[in-house]
Design a binder for this molecule. Structure first.
Ligand SMILES: Nc1nc2c(ncn2[C@@H]2O[C@H](COP(=O)(O)OP(=O)(O)O)[C@@H](O)[C@H]2O)c(=O)[nH]1
Ligand SMILES: [Mg+2]
Length: 411
């Protein structure tokens, strides 16, 4: 065994996390659905509190800064990846290839034709900071059942699994996949030794790759396992075949595992803040204090009022520009997510507001000017509608900020 090869028990991850976490109802937020850390509100990075303050004050560009800090902090959470499969399939070699280090280097995982990995061992890689890659002893070399193996290897402590196979996708691989799926955890299948397959097969490269993928998929589908990413690699060429795609997928999944749940939690808090803000302004509208509170000359001027609402919620043009800049993208990316760019666009997008502000209604409004109750009621309805639409836009902008913070947009 090489000196850098540490064999040890898995230390509990996130030891400072509270036992009881706050569970929220699922959100209609299209974050990718991956099993992720369940983090209670109290353990969210303190910096995220400042984002709540910024939202209350309508300072969304400041919130962007806080979100980025939060994501940077969350990105340091350790994640465990278990590399498992049948003995001799190339698991240890795969770990070395993923880390882009040669098998002869001191820090490499021991590999060989004889059974080299007897106990589980952990490795790290500068390409995947704060990730522990666990090289597990292979299945198949002992009489041990898959169920016992899972228990002994402490599968429950792992966040993401890599099932390594080569030459054949065995019943052990299928069992592993089924059990990991039933645990609700994310996993990939890695087919190694592709170089060997390519050099011995009479089929074309494309056909051979298709055959291997189909074979794995069929075996998995028979036991109800679907939509598993499959990557075909040669451990002798860590930069070829599916290795680049695998690294990309792994980076995305690591971000999702670390950030999705905490950011979902944050979003629920943001929704509540926006809801409170809307309730507060509805009160102002109901009390007839709108003109002074909004700071407009004429509260019947819907265009002017809309500008003020956008400013109050922090989605005015200048703020959007700063948000986009903070997120490293162009303002159109954010403008495309809102309807309240101006009053005409908002009217076009919302039939209720269109109805409330159409010519016949305006005529009635003028006609019954001497009936203040009726006028006040109609004005209230219009403002409430507009407020609601600006609030919805703010939520959409927040969703985009949160999702872009995990996976920055490519421009
Ligand atoms: N040609 C080729 N040989 C490989 C590849 N991956 C592993 N091997 C060889 O397969 C044998 C078993 O590899 P090892 O990583 O120790 O397997 P493990 O028992 O699953 O950890 C070793 O002799 C490796 O050199 C590969 O992608 N291509
Ligand atoms: Mg090994």
């Amino acid at each position: 065994m090489k000196p850098s090869h540490k064999s040890c028990e898995a230390a509990p991850l996130l030891p400072k996390m509270p036992e009881t976490s706050t569970h929220y109802a699922p959100l209609n937020l299209s974050f990718p659905s991956v099993p992720s850390y369940q983090i209670g509100c109290s353990s969210l990075p303190e910096i995220s509190r400042s984002t709540e303050r910024a939202l209350k004050e309508g300072k969304l560009p400041e919130l962007v800064y806080g979100i980025k800090e939060t994501v940077a902090t969350l990105s340091q959470i350790p994640v465990s990846i278990f590399v498992t499969g049948d003995s001799g399939n190339g698991m240890s070699s795969f770990i070395n290839a993923l880390r882009i280090i040669g098998h002869e280097e001191d820090a490499s995982a021991p590999t060989g034709v004889v059974r080299t990995t007897q106990t589980r061992a952990e490795y790290s890689s500068s390409h995947f900071p704060n990730v522990v890659l666990w090289d597990l002893p292979g299945l198949g070399a002992t009489a041990q059942t898959v169920e016992n193996y899972i228990e002994e290897m402490k599968f429950s402590t792992c966040h993401l699994f890599i099932i390594v196979a080569s030459e054949q996708f065995s019943s052990n691989h299928v069992k592993l996949a089924k059990i990991i799926q039933s645990m609700g955890k994310r996993f990939y299948v890695i087919w190694t030794k592709l170089d060997r397959d390519l050099s011995t097969s009479v089929l074309s490269e494309v056909r051979l790759i298709q055959n291997i993928q189909e074979n794995i998929r069929e075996n998995l589908q028979k036991v109800g396992v679907k939509e598993v990413p499959i990557f075909l690699v040669s451990n002798l060429d860590p930069l070829l075949h599916d290795f680049p795609e695998l690294r990309k997928t792994l980076r995305t999944d690591l971000s999702n595992i670390r950030c999705c749940e905490p950011l979902r939690t944050l979003y629920v808090i943001y929704e509540k803040i926006i809801g409170d803000k809307v309730a507060n302004w509805n009160q102002i509208i109901a009390n007839g204090r709108l003109k002074n509170s909004l700071g407009v000359r004429d509260d019947d001027d819907m265009g002017e009022c809309l500008k003020r609402y956008r400013l109050i919620f922090g989605i005015d043009d200048e703020s959007l520009q700063q948000i986009a800049h903070g997120m490293g993208t162009v303002v159109m990316e954010y403008k495309a997510n809102i309807k309240s760019q101006d009053f005409h666009t908002l009217r076009r997008a919302d039939w209720k507001l269109r109805l409330m502000t159409c010519a016949p209604v305006n005529a009635v409004f003028r006609l019954f000017k001497f009936l203040p109750c009726l006028c006040h009621c109609l004005k209230r309805m219009r403002h409430k509608r507009m407020l609601l639409l600006v609030a919805e836009d703010t939520k959409n902008i927040l969703k985009k900020i949160l999702m872009d913070a995990i996976a920055p947009p490519q421009i």
